[in-house]
Design a protein. Structure first.
Length: 200
C-alpha cells in the first residue's frame, strides 16, 4: 500500500494544478479547517493520494469535469451494472440527526460581533494569533454554526468542534459589528472593504 504524501508533496500537487486550499475545500465539500488538517496530516488515508492526483486543473475546471463525466458514462455503457432490488422497509433516520449532543454549547457566548483568535494556523485563512469576528450565527436545527471573517478578509463557517480545534474567545466584541445582519458573501466582502470590521 502506498504511503501518504508528505504535507509538502500534497501541497505541491494541489498548487501544480492551480488550486488554492479554500477553493479545493469548497470543491470537495469540506471546511477550510478540515482542508488545512488534511494537508498537514502525515497519517492521512491513502485514498487522498488518489484524490489529489486525480484533481482536474483549476484553470480548465469545467471542460476537465465534462471530459471526466463523458469517460465515466462511456465506461458505464461498456460495462453496464446489473439491476439491484430497491430498499425494503422504512429508511433509517439520517445520520446527520444522530450523535450531535453539545452543538449548542457556545450559544450565548459566540454571538455576532464576538472577536476570536486563531490558536493555530488555519490554512491560508489565518495565522496563529490572528483575529476573526463572528459575522453570523446560524441555527441548523441540531446546533449552531458560526461565520467568522479574519483580518485578511478570508472567511468560513465553523461548527463547535472546529471552534474547539483552532479558535479561542477573547471576551471582546467588535462594537460596530454587534447586531450585524449577514446578507450574503458579496455584501460581506463589500462591508469588509469599507472597514466595517474592527479587529483590535
Amino acid at each position: 500500500m502506498e504511503t501518504p504524501f508528505s504535507p509538502d508533496q500534497f501541497r505541491a500537487v494541489i498548487r501544480s494544478k492551480g488550486w488554492k486550499n479554500k477553493d479545493l475545500a469548497k470543491h470537495w465539500g469540506i471546511s477550510v479547517v478540515h482542508m488545512s488538517r488534511l494537508v498537514g496530516d502525515t497519517d492521512r488515508p491513502a485514498h487522498w493520494n488518489d484524490a489529489v492526483v486525480g484533481l482536474p486543473r483549476y484553470a480548465h475546471l469545467a471542460p476537465d469535469l465534462a471530459a471526466r463525466r463523458s469517460r465515466v458514462d462511456a465506461m458505464l455503457r461498456k460495462h453496464p451494472l446489473p439491476k439491484r432490488p430497491g430498499p425494503k422497509g422504512p429508511r433509517p433516520p439520517a445520520a446527520t440527526t444522530l450523535g450531535f449532543s453539545g452543538d449548542y454549547r457556545y450559544r450565548g457566548y459566540l454571538t455576532v460581533g464576538a472577536i476570536l483568535t486563531a490558536t493555530q494556523d488555519i490554512g491560508e485563512m489565518a495565522e496563529e494569533g490572528g483575529r476573526g469576528i463572528v459575522f453570523a450565527v446560524i441555527d441548523t436545527g441540531i446546533g449552531e454554526r458560526y461565520g467568522v471573517i479574519f483580518e485578511n478578509g478570508e472567511f468560513d463557517w465553523f461548527l463547535p468542534h472546529h471552534v474547539d480545534a483552532c479558535l479561542a474567545e477573547t471576551g471582546l466584541d467588535a462594537a460596530e459589528t454587534v447586531g450585524y445582519a449577514y446578507q450574503g458573501e458579496r455584501a460581506l466582502i463589500e462591508d469588509f472593504n469599507r472597514g466595517h470590521f474592527g479587529f483590535w
